[in-house]
Design a protein around this ligand. Structure first.
Ligand code: ADP
Ligand code: MG
Length: 384
């Protein structure tokens, strides 16, 4: 196993906010960084030592990144597997192209969960009209999801019956899809795990997540955020999923908690995750430092959550409160104790766009929740 000590250059495919926070963590540890992203104003490119302005499949751009960086990771799952393979021919790449390819396809992802012995929501793969016909009634009402390229609830249609299902598949241009039974969720949660080249793992505590309109809105992390038995089960399942992939890097698995006390896995992200952002302020090791450590072959130590934390996602909508674009009242928000503001350097605040996040830490869960609710009220985020 090759260890890259601080002073080396670490590369990342993609220049979004996840890449930006990876770059920050790498630089804090004394690494140089290189980002590949076509956008000259990408959030990560703006703060990186090197920024290769190239498309993800541009061979020259990839060669330049491999030239600059001793090891390369990725910050979004839709990076073409081919690009990772080209890089891997020259450099250490984590996660590997095969693990990323599984995460890019909901059907393969679910098959992997089942292989690992982790329960999934009842589902069927729909690639042909015959498979559409053969869908069992028990899957309805359901949610039809495109197998590829969905995120933040995009590429999903809720369907009540077979007629709606057929219409939805047309609407999604008959691309390969997965139909899932619509479950009554008691809660949602996720687990971030890092797995090193030596197979050792370290995880963050279970995160309780609230989604609105298919987008993560709030993450709460403290003792008792979800029932202990389901929390332990979620951690074990996440470890089994990472192990089964022979994964190296940081991975996040999302789960649904059901009212009968059971837990089913939803999906995985082969990278740090929005629900793990609290770890920058509430844990002594963040998910981005874990990503740096796995990429550089450094030891993984168990992160310790030192403060209860509540994270609020800051979507572009918050900039549009009185019909015109204006920044939210940051001065008032920053007057709250334990408020940690992270803005990603994005220029235009489009509705639904992830502009930043705010984490509230405190000595008790009740205090963190109370200040988070105050912040939410100041920002115009609905109470939770
Ligand atoms: P994305 O890739 O867009 O995050 P998800 O599959 O995670 O897609 O779905 C987004 C959200 O939609 C989930 O976090 C959950 O709130 C809701 N959802 C998805 N699948 C189901 C389901 N089978 N039953 C109930 N709610 C669901
Ligand atoms: Mg999701």
């Amino acid at each position: 196993m090759k260890v890259l000590l601080p002073g080396a250059t670490l590369g990342v495919m993609g220049g979004g906010q996840l890449g930006r926070m990876f770059v920050h963590a790498a630089q804090q540890l004394g690494y140089f960084t290189a980002v590949l992203d076509p956008d000259p104003a990408s959030p990560a490119g703006l703060v990186s030592h090197h920024h290769v302005h190239a498309d993800y499949l541009d061979e020259q751009g990839l060669a330049r990144l491999a030239d600059l960086a001793a090891a390369i990771t990725t910050e979004f799952e839709n990076v073409p597997a081919r690009a990772l393979e080209q890089l891997a021919a020259h450099r250490f790449v984590a996660p590997g192209a095969d693990a990323v390819a599984i995460a890019q396809d909901r059907a393969r992802e679910k098959a992997h969960f089942v292989r690992c012995g982790v329960a999934v929501a009842p589902y069927a793969v729909i690639e042909t009209p015959q498979q559409l016909e053969a869908v069992p009634d028990a899957l309805l009402p359901g949610i039809l999801k495109t197998a590829r390229l969905g995120y933040d609830g995009k590429g999903q249609v809720t369907v009540a019956d077979r007629v709606a299902l057929a219409k939805a598949w047309e609407q999604l241009k008959r691309v390969p899809c997965v139909l899932e039974k619509r479950l009554a969720l008691d809660f949602e949660c996720s687990v971030v795990v890092a797995r090193g080249q030596d197979g050792r793992m370290a995880n963050l505590p279970v995160q309780r997540n609230l989604h609105r309109g298919g987008i993560l809105a709030v993450t709460e992390v403290y003792e008792g955020n979800i029932p202990a038995a389901q929390a332990a089960q979620a951690v074990r399942a996440t470890q089994a999923i990472a192990e089964g992939l022979g994964y190296v890097g940081v991975l996040c698995v999302e789960f649904f908690g059901l009212a009968d006390g059971s837990l089913v896995v939803n999906e995985l992200a082969p990278r740090p995750h929005n629900s793990g952002h609290w770890s920058l302020d509430g844990s002594d090791v963040s998910q981005f430092e874990l990503q740096v450590r796995t990429l550089a072959g450094l030891p993984l130590v168990a992160p310790r959550r030192h403060s209860p934390a509540v994270m609020l996602n800051l979507l572009g909508d918050l900039w549009w409160r009185q019909g015109s674009e204006q920044p939210p009242p940051w001065d008032q928000v920053l007057a709250l104790p334990g408020a940690h503001l992270h803005l990603y350097g994005k220029q235009s605040a489009r509705p639904g766009r992830k502009m930043g996040h705010l984490t509230l830490t405190a000595e008790s869960a009740a205090a963190a929740r109370a200040t988070a609710l105050q912040a939410a009220a100041l920002l115009g985020i609905e109470a939770f």
